[in-house]
Ligand binder design. Sequence first.
Ligand SMILES: NC(=O)c1ccc[n+]([C@@H]2O[C@H](COP(=O)([O-])OP(=O)(O)OC[C@H]3O[C@@H](n4cnc5c(N)ncnc54)[C@H](OP(=O)(O)O)[C@@H]3O)[C@@H](O)[C@H]2O)c1
Length: 262
Amino acid sequence: MKIAGKTLLITGASSGIGKALAYKSAEKNANLCIGARRFDKLLQIKEEIEQQYKVKVVPVKLDVRNKESIKYFVGTALESFNSIDVLINNAGVGLEGSIEKVDEENYDYLMDINVKGVYLLTKEIVPIMKQQYSGTIVNISSLGGYVGMPLYSIYSMSKFAVRGLTESLRMELSPYKIKVIGVYPGPIPTEFQKMTKRLDEHKEKNQPNFFWDNVENTARKIIQGIERGKRDIFIRPLWWFTAALVSRYPSLIDFLYKKFYR
Ligand SMILES: NC(=O)c1ccc[n+]([C@@H]2O[C@H](COP(=O)([O-])OP(=O)(O)OC[C@H]3O[C@@H](n4cnc5c(N)ncnc54)[C@H](OP(=O)(O)O)[C@@H]3O)[C@@H](O)[C@H]2O)c1
């Protein structure tokens, strides 16, 4: 499916991967409904994109934790466009901390955005796509949705949950011609790193440069994956290989973590 002329809904489009996805989609002539809490950033993105490309961008103030806000986001998209072709559940936050430091407030905040937000928005969109008898839902999980990471237990838990939802819905929705795609990026330098709440004394990790992906390349790979109707998108073969290896030889990852993270 080519995305030219289609309508994409992107959450968490005010920065990072979501913002890069908005520009890459516009470059391919897709119309957009973009949501996030920082409306000023969305407005700026709308203006820049509409100056550069012949597409329509509708910015909507959105908090994925809130059901009414989600209804407003989807309602605005429906009023503005004839169909909703692609939903990208991208909004997400990070949390680093040993399990005993994670209080319920931190836990709920992360789960409400990373998991409940995906559930609420998907639940709102699915009846529309079923009626259209077409659509694509893209869930941005993480390599942490395949591989557990020390000090990221709750974040990893949330991304495993997104993977579980993705895998189940893929089968549930295929009779309605709705595709469901999981995205599993490795580390990418975005606001995410700065915004991740760190509950322990933070020690810089010895993470080799080659681990980092570029945000524009990540967005390009995601759009390419959507257009090619991929099942999963791993951004680069190394992450696909890591996920496959961990599934087959789980103890190998313990060794790699000791080598690169400690
Ligand atoms: N960067 C990485 O290393 C990495 C690796 C793997 C996976 N990921 C995943 O990729 C996704 C995007 O991350 P990123 O790297 O682009 O981080 P980012 O630059 O911090 O972007 C996160 C986006 O989520 C939005 N957001 C946060 N809470 C929200 C809420 N309650 N309602 C609506 N929007 C909300 C933020 O916008 P507002 O603050 O304006 O609401 C922002 O636009 C996340 O799901 C993340 O878990 C990131």
